[in-house]
Design a protein around this ligand. Structure first.
Ligand code: F0G
Length: 458
């Protein structure tokens, strides 16, 4: 069997609303052609994000009923703490309501203006949290990781030369932490190899710089290591995770991904002084240290989700479902980022729609068409989201890549849904010359993609 079938059966269903193309055409027009402004109810297949969109298991739902909502010392916190400690191994475990708060707490504790934080590629919220502290977020991924067609199996790897140059250029006292994002979301959900993790860890030790993971998709990363890296085929996912985390000093985590829950996160770290300071901050902004902005029942479902995500049958299906969608597209010549990453398929919109220049947002044009014709929601990661303006000329400087991300929620859609998505994209590809670009009617000062209004170029 080339692709494994779903290793679960469905106990509860959520009916989807089926809308007509005319309705969708009206809705997207009213939304100013902005996919974030469409009521989610009118979307058939929502591939906007894999974050907080997982389906929980019966075991997790059962855990919700065991929620202990004591303000301090909830039993669910202890279950959560014990589970995180078993997998991640870090000494201090601080719950937060999602990943970006863990980032904010960490950076508030360690960054001063002028510092730099290297990463393979920073995710938006990590970058924003670093920059908010007047520090620089630097990307040091290997060059292969920036080339959509390069088949390197671990395109999330850090380039050790780039990393060492950064440390030497700024001085180790200005690099309070080295981060590594597993899997590398902004680079296409690409994994990092154990070998690379060891080397980053050794370099961090050499300069006595703490080393942290951005661990949102850690289990998916472990599966790729098991699949592709020499010497890991006979290890369990738990053993691989334990080894991986043993090389670091801590991690930030959004449990909305590999925690298999709809809300939650944490910061885990070995340093007691940092932990104490951060816990005091936590109490100020999130809540007491045994709930950190979450209900007891949420902590219980995270504890259960973290155990379930290590199940190899689940991960085999998960990684292969994403791969299945990618390969259906690739077989029809649709340009995608290769190899397919863990949580999403990324379409190269520059190649898909070469007749639409970056100033007219080719990725956005594809996103609008996918919704209008098929009720599918994807997200543009291209010039609408990422372009900067030249301060002198005011002209747009487009990013290197014009991508459309199809992020797949965990345990939510079947492989037949994936076939539907593939056919939709293949149909659009067949008459892609008909697609037109877009121009902006209104844009806010920052993060424009969330609320901008656009119209088709005439
Ligand atoms: N780090 C990475 C690598 C992420 O992908 C995300 C979220 C975060 C941190 C922040 O976590 O949302 O819980 O605060 N990524 C989502 C996405 C939003 O769609 O890729 P959060």
């Amino acid at each position: 069997m080339r692709f494994p079938a779903e290793p679960f059966r469905i106990k509860v269903v959520e009916p989807l609303k089926i809308t007509s193309e005319q309705e969708r055409e009206r809705l997207i027009k009213e939304a100013g052609y902005n996919i974030f402004m469409i009521p989610a109810e009118s979307i058939y297949i929502d591939l906007l994000t894999d974050s907080g969109t997982s389906a929980m298991s019966d075991n997790q739902w059962a855990g919700l009923m065991l929620g202990d909502e004591s303000y301090a010392g909830s039993k669910n916190y202890f279950h959560f703490e014990e589970t995180v400690r078993q997998i991640f191994g870090f000494k201090n475990i601080i719950p937060t309501h999602q990943g970006r708060v863990a980032e904010n707490l960490l950076f508030s504790n360690i960054l001063k203006p002028g510092d730099v934080v290297p990463n393979n590629i920073h995710f938006d919220t990590t970058r924003a949290n670093v920059e908010y502290h007047q520090a620089q977020a630097l990307d040091c991924v290997i060059d292969e990781g920036l080339d959509p067609q390069n088949p390197h199996p671990f395109k999330g790897n850090m380039d050790l030369n780039k990393l060492e140059k950064v440390i030497q250029q700024y001085g180790k006292e200005h690099v309070p932490v080295i981060m590594l994002t597993i899997t590398n979301n902004s680079g296409g959900g690409q994994p990092v190899s154990m070998q690379n993790i060891k080397e980053v860890s050794a370099l961090a030790k050499k300069y006595q710089i703490p080393f942290f993971f951005d661990a949102c998709r850690f289990a998916e990363n472990c599966y790729f290591i098991k699949e592709w890296e020499e010497g890991y085929q006979n290890k369990s996912i738990l053993e691989i995770a334990q080894e991986m985390f043993s090389y670091a000093d801590g991690c930030t985590m959004s449990a909305k991904k590999d925690g298999l829950v709809n809300i939650g996160g944490f910061l885990a770290l070995n340093d007691d002084d940092w932990a104490q300071h951060i816990t005091n901050m936590l109490i100020l902004i999130e809540g007491f240290k045994t709930y950190g902005g979450l209900a007891g029942r949420d902590l219980e479902s995270i504890a259960r989700g973290l155990k379930e995500v290590l199940d190899e049958n689940y991960l085999r299906f998960r990684i292969n479902q994403t791969r299945y969608l990618g390969e259906m597209l690739d077989e029809q010549g649709i340009p995608i980022v290769k190899p397919v990453g863990g949580h999403a398929v990324y379409i190269d919109a520059k190649q898909f729609l070469p007749h639409i220049p970056p100033e007219q947002f080719p990725g956005h044009a594809l996103v609008v068409e996918l919704y209008k014709r098929y009720g599918i929601r994807a997200v543009e990661i291209g010039s609408l989201m990422m372009a900067k303006n030249d301060p002198q000329t005011g002209k747009m400087i487009p990013p290197k890549l014009e991508l459309v991300r199809l992020a797949i929620p965990r345990r939510v859609y079947t492989n037949m849904h994936m076939q539907y998505v593939a056919e939709a994209i293949i149909n659009i590809y067949q008459d892609r010359e008909k697609l037109k670009g877009f121009e902006i009617e209104y844009e806010p000062e920052f993060l424009r993609h969330f609320t901008a209004r656009l119209k088709p170029v005439q």
